[in-house]
Each structure stands twice: as structure tokens, then as C-alpha cells.
Write a protein that binds this ligand. Sequence first.
Ligand SMILES: [Zn+2]
Length: 228
Amino acid sequence: MIFDPLYLVIILPGVLIGIWAQIKLSSAYGKYSQVPVESGMTGAAAAREILDQAGLTNVPVEEIPGRLSDHYDPTKRALFLSSDNFRGRPVAAVGVAAHESGHALQHQAAYGLFNVRMALVPVTQFASMAWMGLLLAGAFFHMFAQFLTIAIVIFTVMTIFQLVTLPVEYDASRRAKEQLFRLGLVHEQERAGVSKVLDAAALTYVAALVTSVLELVYFIMRAQGSRR
Ligand SMILES: [Zn+2]
């Protein structure tokens, strides 16, 4: 679809970090999906406990289809866990469920960056739709000046979004681990497993940020080149 070799060369590090992150996540998640938590809790039960202890008894924990489709929806004020993590009792499931609960805790605490990220979601959705529209219209191949300006605006929006997302994700994992240990939902020897799964998941956000920055760099370079 994209024929400019310069584009491929520039975004390559982002793609490679992305592949590495996916491999690390698959291996960590795969490994700790086989290790049951001693407490015998399901992901859903762990999330329920963390939310209840924080006074978030009105935030429902629901099951959704898909693999690693887990998320907290701030507009619905509800937590959604994939079947594996909802019903499962391994370290990985409890870790992911706790991470999503961490987002609910951020929402409750009105954590600044969480609010910024939430406000940026519609803007980012519009930007990515506009980008898809441009690609479908074949604008990429022509590289006219206006296209480059629009591309720079779009990737600036994407980069800011990824830049805000990264600390929000790390903070959610930090809150998750804190609550898991404080409430005794995972034992001492299970901590490392939780950390490995959550750190690997965070790495996918690092990859998304790097890719976004590199795409922005590419379009800035093209815009400067076309002015010469
Ligand atoms: Zn998250």
C-alpha cells in the first residue's frame, strides 16, 4: 500500500519494538496464564474486591468476548474483562483485572492525565478516521502540500494522545499492584508474575508512542523536502 522506502526505513524501529512487545506480552501472558493464584480468585472477583474496597460498588464488572479485550469504560463507568480474565484464576488474569480496576481508581481520584486522555479520545478518533479517509482516497501517493500539512496535524494529535496514554497505563499498573498486595489478593511469590505481565503490556504502549513519533518525523521531513 505504501511505496515510499523512506517511510518504511523511518518507522522500522517502531515496528520492531511493536513486534518485540507483542512477543514479550504473549510469552509473559502465556506463562502466567498457567500459574494459578493461591487465593483461588478469578479476575472478576479480584476486580470486584479492589473496586468495593475503594467504595466503587456501583462500578459493574462485566464479561466481554475477545482475547485481551479488557478495558475500563469511563463513559459507562464500567469494567469489561475478556472471558479468560473474567473467569480464569491465574496470575495473569488477576493482574490484568487489577490493572483495569486501576483505571477506575484513576477516574475516581480525578487523576489529571486520565482526564486529559479521556478528553482526547474523541479528538483522536476523529483524527484516525480522517487519516483512514485520506488513505482510502489515495492521497498518500500524491503527497501534495495540503496532504502533508493534514498528515502532520493528525500525527501530532496521535503522538500527544500516546504521550498521555503511557503514564496513565504505568500509573494504572502501579495502583493495581499496590491494591493486589495491600488486600492480599496475590502472595509474595506471585508479585513478579503480575509485574512481568503488566510491564509487557505497557511495552505495547511504548511501541505505539515510538511509531507515532516516527510517523510524525517522516511527514515533517517530507514537508521540508517539498519546500526546497
Ligand atoms: Zn490500561
